[in-house]
Design a protein around this ligand. Sequence first.
Ligand code: FMN
Length: 207
Amino acid sequence: MDNVLLINASTRGSASIGLRLASELLDCIRQRHAQATVTLRDLAAEPLAPLSAGYATALTRLTPAHDPVFASSEALVGELERCDLLLIATPMHNFTVPAVLKLWIDHVLRINRTFIAGPDGKVGLLVDRPVYVIVSSGGFHRGARARQPDFLSAYLRHVLGTLGLQNVHFVYLEGLAINEQAVLAATTQARLQLAGHPLFGDLVTPA
Ligand SMILES: Cc1cc2nc3c(=O)[nH]c(=O)nc-3n(C[C@H](O)[C@H](O)[C@H](O)COP(=O)(O)O)c2cc1C
């Protein structure tokens, strides 16, 4: 394990419950892989450039572009290619991914760079590697308590699969807007789930 990439899409900085859990996962990785380099791509603290006309034109014409957004896209794809492990901490915003994460997707899911469109559909060009997605939400979207649809998980799984990343694990922190007890219940459940994975065996779990 040499390179870990953490993508954060929460706007809440150090108050983010998802980002806090992701930081604990990084601590676990550092315990076993002291040499690992961690790259934090904080999409909220350092917003990506909006898509430009030059970028969109280059994509549709399949010509190389001398466009700053193309350069940014290339840098973000490079980050992805270099990592051995991808962590994504994202809130649910209006039933799906936050706008900042959608913009990141538009930068990295690029035809003839990270996927090709063949006769049977799109095929990812990235080498597969483990991906952990921490999804935090104010309410519930799974099980008996669900009162809203989840358009985030299937969409993000499909995006990652189109990049070539199939080894994807979703971890949910639900009901975070209810009260402190609900936050504790959600984080406890997530910790127990993650501690079952070899990478995160050192995660502190409730007795
Ligand atoms: C613009 C916006 C839209 C939101 N939409 C949803 C939603 O559709 N469903 C939901 O359960 N929570 C929704 N929330 C609540 C956030 O998901 C919740 O505050 C977030 O998960 C907190 O995560 P964090 O502590 O990791 O930042 C929304 C919050 C914001 C700011």
